[in-house]
Design a binder for this molecule. Structure first.
Ligand code: AMP
Ligand code: MG
Length: 340
């Protein structure tokens, strides 16, 4: 691997934390992709979430194991823990998880796999990694968008972010079978993307769109209606005079698209069904730096900075607003106007 040069600066590939983030997320995203191809069948009923559970556990095991090997003192805050997986009733699932992990670590036992998953059970501290092994579980099951999301947080600021998006290519949505994207952001070093399945491939700088006309702003929104407030979103669209169709998809893949200039506005409004919802840090950390380092802006719905110092959730924030930067103030004004 060399240095990715260019007008926007460069990535320091001599930094072992950066190369760890790249390779661990690549490995985990390709593994999740394999689980999706092998286990998610068309016949799957909506209630059967087992394939995504297998991918979740396997991806966390791999990212955590690599971290412990390279940085034995590092702290990892992962979304999953192995408690349920260790139960008798889950033995078939554990065998499946171990099977997939063994495609990378061939001598891994079931006990090893559970122990590696639990390496992610630490508490947030001054400096720690946070992981969402499969963000966008519903998208994963629909064979649509999902992401492996890893971020390094220091003093409440995201320093390194990696998103593995198996169905995004060069900032665009692709179908299963495309090459997928690895998206990397490093504070003050830009946001970049590389083909997920090409570790030696070219890195391309990501840059948000230069759109200043809010009526042409393209909305990126969650596929899950329950993760937003649809009625307030409609009012915001009216208020801003947006005439374009929203792009709907699951996971932080949306932040990669915003960073790539494929949309300008992302409102994570508070769902009336869960008025006290606080965002989880692993759902926002990686994506937020990807947006900022591509020249965009991210805040909560009141314009406050996302505060990653409050534990596992963004306790001091309300929802999220991410934009290309140019439309941020107008978006905040729209939120205030409709009282969203
Ligand atoms: P998305 O794919 O953008 O809808 O985001 C998926 C993430 O939304 C999941 O990882 C959940 O942690 C998170 N989530 C769950 N419930 C809510 C909610 N009520 N509001 C916002 N996000 C939620
Ligand atoms: Mg998530």
């Amino acid at each position: 691997m060399g240095i990715a040069g260019g007008e926007m600066g460069m990535i320091d590939f001599n930094n072992s934390e950066i190369t760890y983030a790249i390779e661990a997320v690549r490995e985990a995203a390709l593994l999740a992709d394999k689980v999706q191809r092998d286990l998610v069948s068309e016949a799957l009923t909506k209630e059967d979430r087992s394939p995504v559970t297998v991918a979740d556990f396997a991806a966390q095991a791999v990212v955590a194991k690599r971290l412990a090997d390279i940085f034995p003192d590092a702290i990892l805050v992962g979304e999953e823990d192995s408690k349920a997986l260790r139960e008798e009733a889950e033995s078939a699932r554990l065998a499946q998880v171990a099977h997939f992990v063994q495609t990378i670590f061939d001598s891994a036992s079931q006990e090893d796999v559970c122990d590696w998953i639990d390496l992610g059970g630490q508490r947030p501290s001054k400096r720690f990694w946070t992981l969402d092994p499969v963000d966008g579980t519903k998208g994963f099951l629909r064979k649509e968008q999902y992401a492996v999301a890893l971020a390094l947080i220091e003093d409440g600021q995201v320093q390194i972010a990696a998103l593995g998006c198996p169905h995004i290519s060069k900032g665009r949505k692709v179908e299963i079978g495309g090459e997928g994207s690895l998206v990397l952001a490093v504070r003050d070093q830009g946001s970049w993307t590389q083909a997920l399945n090409k570790p030696e491939g070219k890195w391309t700088a990501l840059q948000v769109s230069a759109q200043e006309d809010r009526t042409r702003g393209r909305l990126l929104r969650s596929a899950e209606a329950a993760h937003t407030d649809l009625s307030a979103l409609d009012k915001i669209i009216q208020h801003l005079g947006i005439g374009t169709e929203a792009l709907r998809m699951d996971s932080q893949a949306k932040y990669s698209l915003l960073a790539a200039g494929e949309g300008e506005l992302l409102f994570r409004l508070i769902s009336p069904k869960s008025p006290d919802y606080k965002e989880k840090i692993w759902d926002q950390a990686a994506g937020s730096l990807v947006v900022e380092e591509a020249g965009g802006r991210i805040s909560d719905l009141d314009g406050l900075e996302l505060d990653f110092r409050q534990g596992r959730r963004l306790e001091n924030n309300r929802g999220v607003l991410a934009t290309n930067g140019l439309l941020h103030e107008e978006a905040l004004a729209a939120i205030r106007a409709v009282k969203a």
